[in-house]
Design a protein around this ligand. Structure first.
Ligand code: S3P
Length: 431
C-alpha cells in the first residue's frame, strides 16, 4: 500500500495513542502462565502484539476481547499445551525471543517461525543462554528462525548480557521461572525493565540491585487486572513532527514514562525541545503521564553509549530531526540497528538519499549534517514500521507531496498512524 503525505503548515492537537508494544507482549505471555484470568486494558493493537496473542492461544491460554479489554485465561506455570501447528511470530522479534524462554521449559516440543524479515534476524543471542540452562533448540543455519524447540527441564544460570537487549534478558528471566533456584542476569548496559516490573506485578520473587537481576524459579503467578500505558516509541513520531514544523504544539496523553524509556524526553530537551510532563501517575508499577511538546529550534548533538541503547527504537525518527537541526546529529555504538526489522542504518540512508539529504553511515553509526533542505520524495518503508513512520514525519516538512511505498508496515506497531498524522497536521506549504 502507498500513502501520500502533504507538507504540514502546523502540527497540533491532543492525542491518545495505542498501548505500549513492549509491555503488552510481556503481560500476554505472563498472563498465559499465571493462574486465573488477566484483564488487560489498552493492549497494543499492533500486529506484533496480535502475534503474541495468537501464540499464547495456540498454547492453550484462551484469549477473548471483552469491552475493550483483552482477557487471557491463565493456565498456570505447568498448564500450557503443545501447539497443534507451528507458532507464527509474524514480524515480531519480541514474540519469538521472549516466548522461546517459556517454550524451552515445556514438556512438549514446538516450532516457531516468522515472516521474511524475522527469518533474517539472529536468534543465537537467546539460544546461547537457553542452552546453558539445558534447553534444546535447533535453528536454520544455527541461528535464524524457524526455531525447533524440544522442551527440557531447565537449570538456573548466572548470565551477563553480551548485547544490551531487553528481549534476551526477558527470555532468560522467563526461562528462569521454570528453573529450580535463582536465575541471575547482569546487564552491563541498562535495557528497558518492563519484564522485571511485570514479573513483580504477577507475583514473582524478583530482586533488582543496580545492574543485577535475581529471579527465584517456580513461583505461583496470579492473574491480574492491568492497564497498558500508551507507547512512548509511537509518541516519538508525533513529538518529532511537532519539533520539525514551526508553530506546532501537541499534547499526548497517558504515555508510558518508564525511566528506561524516557531518555527520549531527556535527550530531546537537551537539544532544545520544549516539553512539559503533566499528570504523572503509576499504573501497575509503570509510570505514565501526559506530554506537551511545542516546536523549538533544535541544536542537534551526539547519541552514543548507554544513550544509544536507550533510544534504539527512536533513532530513525531522531535522524530525521537531526537533518533539520542546527548542528546535525551523530549516532555511535548503534550496531544493533543493523539487525532490527531492517538494517535501519541502510534504510534511513537510502530514504535520505531519495530526499536529497546527505548522511554518512559507518558499521555502527550515522552522521547526519544539520540545516538540510527536505525535498519531497518517493520513500519506501522496506517493510519496516519505524521506517514508514519516520519518513512520513520527514514528508511533513518537505517541499511537496511525498509517497511512502509499503506504508502498511506501520501497522506492525501502530495501525491508524497515518490517519492520526493527517488529523494533527494541517497541510500547507513550508518555506
Ligand atoms: C524490545 C527491545 C528492543 C527493541 C524492541 C522491543 C522489547 O529490542 O528494539 O523494539 O520489548 O524488549 P532488543 O531487546 O533486541 O534490543
Amino acid at each position: 500500500m502507498q500513502e501520500r503525505i502533504s507538507p504540514a503548515r502546523r502540527v497540533s492537537g491532543t492525542l491518545r495513542l495505542p498501548g505500549d508494544k513492549s509491555i503488552s507482549h510481556r503481560y500476554a505471555m505472563l498472563a498465559a502462565i499465571a493462574e486465573g484470568d488477566t484483564h488487560i486494558r489498552n493492549y497494543s493493537i499492533g500486529a506484533d502484539c496480535q502475534s503474541t496473542l495468537g501464540a499464547v492461544s495456540a498454547l492453550g491460554a484462551a484469549v477473548e476481547r471483552r469491552d475493550g479489554e483483552v482477557v487471557i485465561q491463565g493456565r498456570g506455570l505447568e498448564g500450557l499445551e503443545a501447539p497443534r501447528a507451528d507458532i507464527d511470530a509474524g514480524n515480531s522479534g519480541s514474540t519469538i525471543r521472549m516466548l522461546s524462554g517459556i517454550l524451552a521449559a515445556q514438556n512438549f516440543s514446538s516450532r516457531i517461525h516468522g515472516d521474511e524479515s524475522l527469518s533474517r534476524r539472529p536468534m543465537d543471542r537467546i539460544m546461547r543462554p537457553l542452552s546453558e540452562m539445558g534447553a534444546r533448540i535447533a535453528a536454520r543455519d544455527g541461528r535464524f528462525p524457524p526455531l525447533a524447540i524440544t522442551g527440557a527441564r531447565l537449570k538456573p544460570i548466572e548470565y551477563t548480557l553480551p548485547v544490551p537487549s531487553a528481549q534476551v534478558k526477558s527470555c532468560v528471566l522467563f526461562a528462569g521461572l521454570y528453573a529450580d533456584g535463582a536465575t541471575v542476569v547482569h546487564e552491563p548496559i541498562r535495557s528497558r525493565d518492563h519484564t522485571e516490573i511485570a514479573l513483580r506485578e504477577f507475583g514473582a520473587d524478583i530482586a533488582v540491585e543496580r545492574r543485577k537481576i535475581t529471579l527465584r524459579g517456580r513461583p505461583r503467578l496470579a492473574g491480574r487486572n492491568l492497564t497498558v500505558p500508551s507507547d512512548l516509541s509511537s509518541a516519538a513520531f508525533f513529538m518529532v513532527a511537532a519539533l520539525l514544523i514551526p508553530d506546532s504544539e501537541l499534547v499526548i496523553q497517558g504515555v508510558g514514562l518508564n525511566p528506561t524509556r524516557s531518555t527520549l524526553l531527556d535527550f530531546l530537551m537537551s537539544i532544545g525541545a520544549s516539553i512539559k510532563v503533566l499528570n504523572v501517575a503509576q499504573v501497575n508499577g509503570e509510570l505514565a503521564g501526559d506530554i506537551r511538546i511545542s516546536s523549538a529550534p533544535i541544536r542537534g548533538g551526539v547519541i552514543e553509549k548507554e544513550t544509544t541503547a536507550a533510544l534504539i527504537d527512536e533513532i530513525p525518527v531522531l535522524a530525521v530531526l537531526g537533518a533539520a537541526s542546527e548542528n546535525g546529529l551523530i549516532i555511535r555504538d548503534a550496531g544493533e540497528l543493523r539487525v532490527k526489522e531492517t538494517d535501519r542504518i541502510a534504510t534511513v540512508v537510502e530514504n535520505f538519499r531519495r530526499m536529497g539529504i546527505a548522511a554518512e553511515a559507518s558499521p555502527d553509526g550515522l552522521r547526519v549534517p544539520g540545516r538540510q533542505r527536505f525535498r519531497a520524495a518517493a520513500f519506501d518503508s522496506f517493510g519496516d514500521h519505524r521506517i514508514a513512520m519516520a519518513f512520513a514525519v520527514a514528508a511533513l516538512r518537505s517541499d511537496g507531496e511525498s509517497t511512502i511505498d509499503n506504508a502498511d508496515s506501520a501497522s506492525v506497531s501502530f495501525p491508524g498512524f497515518f490517519s492520526i498524522l493527517r488529523q494533527v497536521s494541517a497541510s500547507g506549504s513550508v518555506q
